[in-house]
Design a protein around this ligand. Sequence first.
Ligand code: LLP
Length: 439
Amino acid sequence: MPNSSSDFSSRPFEYPSADASLSCGQHSLTKLAKQYGTPLYVYSADQILARFMLFQQALADRSHLICYAVKANSALAILKLLADHGAGFDIVSGGELQRVLIAAPEAAGRIVFSGVGKTAEEIDQALDADIYAFNVESEAELKLLASRAAKRKRKARFALRVNPDVFAETHPYISTGLREHKFGIDIRQARRIYNEAAGNKWLTAHGVSVHIGSQIRSADPFGAAMKRVAKLVRELEIDGIAIKSVDAGGGLGIDYHATLSGPDNFNPRAKVEEYAAALETSLAGLNVQLLLEPGRFLVAQAGALLARVLYVKRNGKKTFVVTDAAMNDLIRPALYQAFHEIVPVLPRAGRSAAVDIVGPVCETGDFFARDRKLKPVEPGDLVAVLDAGAYGMAQSSNYNTRPRPAEVLLRGKKATLIRRRETIADLLGPELPLSNHSK
Ligand code: LLP
């Protein structure tokens, strides 16, 4: 059964009838492409909110704050949407801080600042904004934080991001919880560092944080990491350091392999409940606030990248479907061998055949799918690359001097252009006027 857009079992996209255009709620993707052009990112605000509410509900019995990981999709309109419903934010740069302050200045006190390489300038900006907490990733960073806080006469609340040395099955580029990774502080060092910081009047040990990686499908590693964090919290209690919050990070995975036409076994509510239960079991008996930093789970399946077929070409035995979207618009297949389901927006009759779906960029790695079964398509047809709401636009670039796509946010009957398509002038601006460098 196709998914119904009202229960959001997996994705908000469906074919309302056999010969109808792929739609999102009341919006035909064919019409959206006509109105806004392609390539085009389309997001369902309704699904993003439904996903956010799953976390709110699953954690209802504990004091909590859901800090959306801005890096997954940093569109101002999405930040505002989530802030309006009480979300906090997990940021990793001064740029992301500015985004939150512009989209939702009232949410400044709900920001946590993660990242291994915060600069003094970024720390100052975050201190001035009076963010909720810094997730500190090294002793050197804690020292810098203390000195910047003293200089500005502002107390800094911090959590050490500990590295629990827990293995989580995911792509090696997005796994972070092992000692050999650059992230966090060895959990065996954390107790000493908290105790040393206790004497500094500009630092307040507020929490302990952890993030073990991304696109993790099983709840077990989250529970295992939280167990080690809980042990540390108890040890700190003995030392007289009262920890108020634990931050479990992000990382809950989705099912990229769910098919639009086949059975959909992905149950987001059950996933979130299982995840929350694993954390809760490890935290039993501890009276702390729970922070989460979900990114992908909130926005990935709410988004699709719409592309138009430019050419269908055959080279020897292979058929290539060349679209107007490329790796610069969505780099996940090229970078992580990621699978994204791709479907024609208005399917034609005929048998599916194996094709490579590629973009116009001059790289062999510029593909969305290889040897993928696709219904027949012709130049001018639209295809939708699904599950593209997370780490799609956020990781896009202007490679090959390609302006980035427009973005549309759908909410109920309303479609809003939340980012206009870039122009070549936008791209060339920072290089103009052309001075005589070479003379
Ligand atoms: N918190 C921290 C400290 C993180 O580093 C991340 C993601 C998150 C939260 C959010 O994780 P999520 O819930 O989205 O899994 N570009 C890759 C994913 C990189 C994730 C980096 N850190 C991809 O496209 O799969």
